[in-house]
Design a protein around this ligand. Sequence first.
Ligand SMILES: Nc1nc2c(ncn2[C@@H]2O[C@H](COP(=O)(O)OP(=O)(O)OP(=O)(O)O)[C@@H](O)[C@H]2O)c(=O)[nH]1
Ligand SMILES: [Mg+2]
Length: 403
Amino acid sequence: MIEKKNIALEKVVLIGVITKNQNEDKSKEYLDELEFLTYTAGGKVLKRFTQKLEMPNPKTFIGSGKMNEVQHFIEEHDVGTAIFDDELSPGQERNISKILNCKVLDRTNLILDIFAQRAKTSYARTQVELAQCQYLLPRLKGMWTHLERQKGGIGMRGPGETEIETDRRIVRDKIALLKAKIAKIDKQMAVQRGNRGKMVRVALVGYTNVGKSTLMNVISKSEVFAENKLFATLDTTVRKVVIKNLPFLMSDTVGFIRKLPTQLIDSFKSTLDEVREADLLLHVVDISHPNFEEHIESVQKTLGEIECDDKPTLMVFNKIDAYHAEPYDDTDLIVERTKANYSLEEWRKTWMANGGRTLFISALNKENLDQFKKTVYKEVRKIHITRFPYNQFLYPDYEDISE
Ligand SMILES: Nc1nc2c(ncn2[C@@H]2O[C@H](COP(=O)(O)OP(=O)(O)OP(=O)(O)O)[C@@H](O)[C@H]2O)c(=O)[nH]1
Ligand SMILES: [Mg+2]
């Protein structure tokens, strides 16, 4: 008999700061995202704390008054975890958890945790474990300096040091082991990729939760796991897709996010090989997200880090069904019209025009999919006929082919 477990959500508070280069609106957006991440990790946010700061406090990140407030709330409501939007130094993390007397996480930690929860295949698990060890290693070092300062340098070569040194050695050995394991799987995967021959390869890339897997499903009629949580996909799925007789390979992979921990980018490099070896990228964007322009920037930055920023790319603006411009009052002479008031038509005329290399679709409602297919067909055909020149006649213009 299967017992149905009632999993209670962990109680969480979020802590963010408002700074010179992060105004109140930005801070709110970031905390919204952090709340979504928390929910994905299995937590429930009871309260958000923000503080205006010139500079973070080197010891406790936020000031002592605010910290008191947080501590009281945590005590009163029996909160188990405090999550900071910004990266904490190992020292800060330690100091804060002493004061708050609960688990203290930062954004990196939280993302690593979600990846750990979501990793299903042994390959994904190995990659996440590597990222976790790499995150842990400098933190063990931090623990050592902390002890050193506390007890002084001389005469400190006792159990404290040995213990941490042993821990570090264990972690380092583990890292070497995981790297070897990944290298072995990589070899197998490279062989697999090699076997795919000269087929044109198209990769879906984009911020997390924009609808990459949903689009993959409608185009390839496959069933890739898609859901309204962050990082639904951690592995790369490759499917053969045929548009009007023209075959090519399409891959769906892990989504990107602002401040994707570098440890993760490093260890997921091999998962991202599919992107690196693609002939054409489809950069999927959730246009209904108020922050979508910043998402595009983050994705481009990550693409740069894996040396893919100069690949031929089509921009695919998804979720047009959910796009709503904020209403604008024409008679209001004080409030200026902003991008938030743009209609989709207006957006289309901005930088998005992009010489026609832009698509507006709804993967969910299957809107504009014909145009999507037509554009992808044209782009793929361009590449395909350079590889298979002898069957150029097989692929006439999209319009000239009947279903
Ligand atoms: N309204 C609307 N929702 C959509 C559309 N396409 C996808 N979604 C929803 O967006 C959510 C995320 O979709 P996924 O396909 O899992 O997104 P993803 O980009 O693969 O996400 P990760 O794998 O987590 O990076 C799901 O709840 C989808 O149903 C769309 O065109 N319109
Ligand atoms: Mg996905």
